[in-house]
Structures are given as structure tokens and as C-alpha cells.
Design a protein around this ligand. Structure first.
Ligand code: ADP
Length: 258
């Protein structure tokens, strides 16, 4: 800050400037809080009508099936797909709010990692049939975790790998274990991430500002949630990347609850 002349004395930091800074800071904090509250309320408010819509489409399906017309409602199926898409976004918004409030819940159980990864790769493969997803190193491995939360970690990493790669390129997932840890690597040969952006991609709502990245839909919540879950398990997540060549995300998790 510039020196200020007060009563013939040059002050490096004028007290009024300090007050201005405190006011600025508290106004900023209040705004942040209001934004967080809004996200939390909006996601709660959106969840209820979505649940009702989902229920109604299921009932409609049942009625059509009773009349032998289940295959004749492509519009209904496409409505369901869109409802599921919005529901996933709203669930992610809710998770972001819960992380902010320190209230993301976990249910601990023994998770069969091979089965979980197979389920996830099958689902991502179904939604992206033109990509080749290869899984290596499937060994019988279990670990203490919350199955759904762990599923979120791998789904987000795999979906990103597919999303930010051309469809001709394969995406590889490999799994290795030691007595204490499980390591999962997700590698793509896509757009890559510039070096100076690599720490930021784990921030809330952050998206790389490159036009090719921005052209791909997303809200910058996935990696924030992934990083939080991995941290909760006492694990680590790292990324290696080269723009234009691709990225590798590596998650290391302890096998026992820490
Ligand atoms: P989004 O919904 O935007 O994909 P994420 O939090 O999952 O949100 O990712 C944050 C940003 O990190 C993305 O917007 C993208 O710019 C970048 N990113 C994430 N994964 C990859 C990847 N595999 N390759 C290139 N960029 C990626």
C-alpha cells in the first residue's frame, strides 16, 4: 500500500486503510456465506420436485407396461435420462454444500474393489460407447470405505478422462496393491492440463479457462468432491499431465480405516 501523510508523519499503513480492509473482508465473507447458503437451499429445493418427477415417470412406465406399450414411449425414456442427469448435478451441489458445512456423511463397510470398479467402468462405458476403457491389474482386493463415496471418486475420474479425450483414444485404469495401500491410476490421452492450473483443478467450481475445455460441459464440482473424499480416507491424489498429450490421476488409499 502507498504511504499516507497524516499530521506531517508518513505512515506506511494508515489505520483507516486497515479498517477499510477489515470491512472489505467481512463484507466478502458475508457474501461468500450468502452464496453458500443459496447453493444449499437451491439444491434442497430442486431435489424434491425432481424426486416427484422421477416417481411420476416410473408410474407412467408401469401403466404403459400394463397395456403392453412399454416400448412405445421414447419421449418418456429420454425424459428419464434428463431427469437422472439433473438429479446427479443437484446431488453434487448438495455434496459441495455438505463439504462446506463439514457434514458429508460416510458409512463404513468392507468394499470389494474389483466389483466396484467393474460396475463403474461398465456404467461409464455404456454412456460413452465410442471410447475404449481398459482396466488392468484386477486382483481380489477389499478395503474399508463407504462404497458410494468411493464410487464417486472413480466415476468422476473416469468420466473426466473420457470427457476430456477424443473418442479414438483409449482410457486406462489400473489397480495395484500393497499390504497397506491400494493405488488406482486413471490415464487418458486427451487435452491435458497446463502445469500452472494443476493445483487449482481441485478447487470448488474451478474449470480450466482453455476454450476447448470450456466447450465441454461441466460445473467444476467433481474433483473438489473427489479430493475431499480421498482426504477423508487419509489417502492422496496426484496428477501428472502434459497439454495435448493427456493426464494421469493417481489415488492412493490406505486399506484399513485410519
Ligand atoms: P468439470 O465438471 O468441469 O469436469 P471437475 O471438478 O471434474 O469439473 O474438473 C475441474 C476441471 O479440471 C475441468 O473443468 C477441466 O478443466 C479439468 N480436468 C479435469 N479432469 C481432466 C482431464 N482428465 N483432462 C483434462 N482436464 C481435466
Amino acid at each position: 500500500c502507498l504511504p499516507v501523510l497524516v499530521g506531517g508523519v508518513i505512515l506506511e499503513h494508515h489505520p483507516l486503510q486497515a479498517i477499510g480492509f477489515v470491512l472489505d473482508n467481512s463484507a466478502r465473507k458475508e457474501l461468500e456465506q450468502r452464496k453458500d447458503d443459496f447453493i444449499s437451499m437451491a439444491s434442497h429445493e430442486l431435489r424434491n420436485p425432481l424426486t416427484a418427477l422421477k416417481l411420476h415417470t416410473t408410474l407412467l412406465h408401469r401403466q404403459l407396461a400394463k397395456q403392453g406399450l412399454q416400448g412405445s414411449a421414447p419421449a418418456l425414456s429420454s425424459m428419464e435420462t434428463q431427469i437422472n442427469k439433473v438429479t446427479r448435478l443437484v446431488e453434487e451441489l448438495l455434496d459441495v454444500s455438505k463439504i462446506q458445512a463439514g457434514r458429508l456423511e460416510y458409512v463404513w463397510e468392507t468394499v470389494d474393489l474389483d466389483a466396484l470398479l467393474r460396475e463403474i467402468t461398465d456404467t461409464v462405458q455404456q454412456t460413452h460407447p465410442s471410447h475404449r476403457i481398459l482396466v488392468r491389474g484386477a486382483v481380489q482386493t477389499s478395503l474399508m470405505a463407504d462404497r458410494d463415496r468411493l464410487g464417486q471418486v472413480f466415476t468422476n475420474l473416469l468420466s473426466n478422462a473420457v470427457k476430456y479425450s477424443p473418442s479414438a483414444e483409449a482410457v486406462e485404469m489400473d489397480l495395484s496393491t500393497s499390504a497397506e495401500t491400494v493405488t488406482i491410476r486413471v490415464q487418458d490421452h486427451g487435452l491435458g492440463i497446463p502445469r500452472e492450473k494443476r493445483d487449482k483443478i481441485f478447487d470448488r467450481f474451478y474449470r480450466v479457462a482453455d476454450p476447448r475445455q470450456k466447450a465441454i460441459p461441466g460445473l467444476g464440482m467433481g474433483l473438489y468432491i473427489v479430493a475431499e473424499i480421498v482426504k477423508h480416507y487419509g489417502g492422496t491424489i496426484t496428477v501428472e499431465s502434459e497439454p495435448g498429450k493427456g493426464s494421469t490421476f493417481q489415488v492412493m488409499l490406505p486399506r484399513k480405516r485410519t
